[in-house]
Design a protein. Structure first.
Length: 117
């Protein structure tokens, strides 16, 4: 399968099962990005502590690059696996943790949000 399953707001349980399998089939880093979430890499101070400054992409290590790619692949699949109405609800999500929180809502709550928003 080259295309993710489509969520239209009424088939969440069906979509969630199929999307999980789809993401796992992309590669293991993509699925791990969904499980663990991903945050932009930050600059470390001289003691190795994280700062609030984002690390420029051109300075990322090979491993940091691969983790970011897994996250991008997962977001691409998720954004392409929803219809226009659902996309409007999640388009501001840049991190998989936010999408993960959305996916853990009970189905009835999600359906009500879709109908009221």
């Amino acid at each position: 399968m080259n295309r993710p399953p489509l969520l239209d707001g009424s088939n969440y349980d069906y979509w969630k099962s199929r999307m999980s399998v789809f993401l796992k089939s992309v590669d293991s880093k993509t699925w791990k990005a969904v499980l663990k979430g991903w945050e932009h890499h930050v600059v470390l101070d001289k003691d190795g502590n994280k700062t609030a400054d984002l690390k420029p992409e051109e300075e990322w290590s090979k491993n940091e690059d691969e983790l970011a790619l897994g996250s991008s692949k997962a977001l691409n699949a998720l954004f392409n696996g929803v219809d226009n109405n659902m996309f409007r609800l999640i388009k501001q999500c840049t991190g998989l943790r936010m999408l993960g929180r959305f996916s853990k809502l009970p189905t009835k709550v999600k359906e009500n949000r879709i109908q009221t928003e």
